[in-house]
Write a protein that binds this ligand. Structure first.
Ligand SMILES: Cc1cc2nc3c(=O)[nH]c(=O)nc-3n(C[C@H](O)[C@H](O)[C@H](O)COP(=O)(O)OP(=O)(O)OC[C@H]3O[C@@H](n4cnc5c(N)ncnc54)[C@H](O)[C@@H]3O)c2cc1C
Length: 304
């Protein structure tokens, strides 16, 4: 594989940015938990990201694509490979008739600001949702009865071999909190959204309402990764209610706790560990199974 310094130089050249070593992933994730990545970088362009991925593959180095880090947790031992952040792929191009091309690393909050500025409706529901557009499409994030699948027109992605592909909405395999990208290892680089020209003040008001609702629910008072488990709509009872009915609100293991304000949130009280999150999730799963015979499906992704 070559010596350590040589690898860092090669990776930095490919990614067109200095590659950091032993980078604490707790700094990159909303949970503020997780061990270090052996290598970490944020390439400034799609060709740089592509070259970085191709070099990692050539060096037989595991790689992981990071969006905003708001739906995942890295193990305490860290990641023995390279974490490649999309944060610098944050372009935005407003086209006629409500079409918007955005870089996959653009944050939801930056897009919300742009929709208000440009009078484009259809993204208000995602106001205050942490993360990036790429992560939102990958997860098909959903809130306030809307989801990314409703506004995605097309996606541009890289295959693991570095080939650029274009996908229509119907190619994206959207379902509840699910997309084809969860199984095909494509890297989203750009998303075309279909929004609707409308009065900017109305958009601002609705966006503010949604964000304030999240604030009032205390979602930003403690580090977390949002809901720990998906809801099962066949059952008709949200996962949080099922967990609450097992008396688990406030249950704490080490530095992590089932949030008293929302039983489907696990919060980091300050010095939480990934193994404690996993232990708490296992307990929640067991208790809900014993009481309701419902198998909770994790929403938080554990890396690796
Ligand atoms: C306080 C709080 C509230 C939340 N509320 C909600 C909510 O209401 N509804 C909801 O659905 N979620 C919610 N979440 C979870 C999270 O914000 C969303 O799932 C978000 O869309 C994840 O985006 P991200 O950019 O942070 O993705 P990340 O967490 O960085 O990544 C998630 C997955 O997507 C992959 N990925 C990211 N970008 C790309 C890319 N460009 N190409 C390929 N793969 C990629 C990653 O590899 C990873 O597997 C909440 C989280 C928090 C902390």
């Amino acid at each position: 594989m070559g010596n350590f310094k040589d690898i860092i130089t090669q990776l930095s050249n490919a990614a067109q940015t200095p590659v950091q070593t032993q980078h604490p992933m707790s700094q990159e994730c909303s949970f503020r938990i997780g061990g270090p990545a052996r290598y970490f970088c944020a390439p400034p362009s799609v060709p740089a990201l592509r070259d970085c991925v191709l070099l990692a593959r050539k060096l037989r180095l595991d790689y992981f694509i990071l969006g905003g880090g708001s739906n995942l947790i890295f193990r305490d031992e860290g990641f023995d490979g390279i974490v490649i952040s999309t944060q610098k792929l944050d372009s935005i191009l407003i086209r006629p008739e409500g079409r918007v091309d955005v870089g996959a690393g653009l944050s939801n909050s930056a897009l919300t600001a742009a929709t208000i500025k440009n009078g484009l409706a259809g993204f208000e529901w995602a106001s205050g949702l942490p993360g990036t557009i790429g992560g939102g499409v990958f997860m098909n994030a959903k809130c306030y009865t809307s989801a990314f699948s409703e506004i995605v027109h097309a996606v541009t992605a890289l295959t693991p071999e570095g080939e650029q592909v274009h996908l229509k909405h119907s190619d994206c395999g959207f379902n509840y909190k699910c997309s084809i990208f969860q199984t095909n290892s494509y890297i989203l680089t750009q998303v075309t959204l279909q929004l609707l020209p409308k009065n900017a003040e109305t958009i601002r008001q609705r966006s503010d309402e949604v964000r304030q609702d999240r604030e009032q629910k205390g979602q930003f008072l403690f580090p977390s990764a949002g809901c720990a488990f998906k809801n099962d709509y066949n059952i008709g009872v949200p996962a949080g209610r099922l967990i609450e009915s097992c008396g688990l609100k406030g249950h704490q293991i080490g530095g992590v706790r089932v949030y008293a304000q929302h039983a489907n949130f696990i919060i980091n009280t300050g010095n939480g560990r990934t193994r404690e999150v996993l232990e708490l999730m296992a307990l929640m799963t067991t208790r809900v199974w014993e009481k309701h015979h419902v198998r909770l499906e994790p929403e938080i992704r554990v890396v690796p």
